[in-house]
Design a binder for this molecule. Structure first.
Ligand code: ZN
Length: 385
């Protein structure tokens, strides 16, 4: 008796329309997965033999969505939400915790968040040893900033679990230290070839002083906030420091948050030709029930102001993967890449969407999460049935 033939692939995803940010239009296709990698992308009528099949009929199939700025260190900060609640449960395969943890708590973060999560989790480590675990004034004590403990940790974890350095440059965070914590962050980032993510908020430090310290690949989060100062500097023109930074390759991230995303600021920026590069959420306990809700909701807000779907998907896939140093492995549906996939439903928008200022827009097109596949494994079967 001959044994039954072993299927060529572990899993196939069929019936959906596959879309990469770079190619623009969704194309009906079947994705074949083997050993956690995308092993084939076939035309929809091609018969693929696989051990398991995921039915994606009626869905958009994209590279796994990446949220570059959220807070998921539940064990040690009151701000944090569960990584899987805002991750795979919401169609997001990768989350970066942006600065919740510093060097002191990193081992706990790894044990309690990174390892057990179904979602892929990375850290942008706080340049302060305490991160957000000891109040929200972490850069007001220079003795905690850029310590030998952080240096040792980066020696072990840079480009592994740690993919960047976070510095929150707001008056309430830095106290009397001005931009000095950012100088230290940039020095550490240079030594370990990592990007810096800065939070920009209420001045001081002066917006231009912050941006002028950033280099190619660094990220300005909360870039489209509606507070005083920032992108428009209180005037009608884009701050020259932002234009200079963009010319150098500094990236501008939505970083929605409770108080940091304004439809009006973004619309003014678009009129001035200054679109975002990235679209993270800054999700935490105080905004997960509104106004932020999820990464997909944040993307819907960008669609609502008229940004095209391919560009918006690119913010949370290919562009975000590049920041993580994972362009070769994540960020697009391509043979040889890791099989991190998001399954999304595309509907006609009728929902009213709200920014951090309470302003609303109506979506013309809305995405809704239907499933997340991490390294070839469907994480929430129920979500797509
Ligand atoms: Zn944040």
């Amino acid at each position: 008796m001959t044994p039954p033939a072993v299927p060529q692939f572990d899993t196939s995803i069929w019936g959906g329309a596959v879309m990469n940010a770079t190619t623009g239009l969704p194309v009906p296709a079947t994705i074949a997965i083997r050993d956690g990698l995308i092993a084939g992308v076939f035309s929809a009528d091609h018969r693929v033999e696989a051990t398991a099949t995921i039915d994606a009929r009626g869905l958009l199939v994209t590279a796994g969505l990446i949220d570059l700025h959220a807070h998921v260190f539940r064990q040690s900060t009151d701000l944090a939400v569960d990584a899987d609640r805002i991750g795979v449960d919401q169609g997001v395969t990768t989350i970066v915790d942006a600065g919740s943890t510093g060097a002191v708590d990193f081992a706990d973060f790894r044990a309690h968040v990174i390892e057990p999560a179904a979602t892929r989790v990375y850290s942008f480590i706080n340049i302060s040893d305490t991160g957000l675990t000891a109040g929200r004034t972490e850069l007001s004590r220079m003795e905690d900033v850029g310590t030998p403990a952080l240096h040792r940790l980066l020696g072990q974890e840079a480009h592994r679990s740690i993919r960047g350095i976070k510095a929150r440059m707001s008056a309430s965070v830095v106290g009397a230290n001005g931009i000095e914590p950012l100088r230290v962050a940039r020095r550490f980032a240079s030594e370990f070839s990592l990007p810096v993510m800065v939070h920009v908020g209420t001045e001081p430090p002066v917006y231009a002083d912050v941006l002028d310290l950033l280099v190619e690949g660094d990220v300005v989060s909360h870039a489209f906030h509606g507070k005083r100062g920032g992108l428009f500097g209180g005037g009608s023109r884009i701050d020259p420091a932002a234009l200079r930074a963009r010319d150098r390759g500094v990236l501008f991230d939505v970083g929605h948050g409770s108080a940091s995303f304004s439809f009006e600021t973004l619309e003014r920026a678009l009129v001035a030709g200054f679109a975002p590069d990235l679209a993270s959420t800054d999700l935490h306990t105080e905004n997960v029930d509104g106004p932020v809700h999820s990464l997909v909701t944040t993307l819907n807000k960008l669609l609502a102001v008229g940004l095209p779907l391919d560009l918006v998907l690119g913010y949370a896939t290919a562009n975000a993967a590049a920041v993580l140093g994972e362009s070769a492995t994540l960020g697009s549906v391509q043979i040889g890449k890791v099989a991190d996939i998001s399954l999304l439903h595309v509907g006609d928008g009728s929902a009213e969407l709200t920014d951090s200022q309470g302003a609303t827009r109506r979506a013309g097109l809305t995405l809704a999460a239907r499933g997340a596949i991490r390294a070839g494994v469907l994480q929430r079967q129920g979500a797509i049935l």
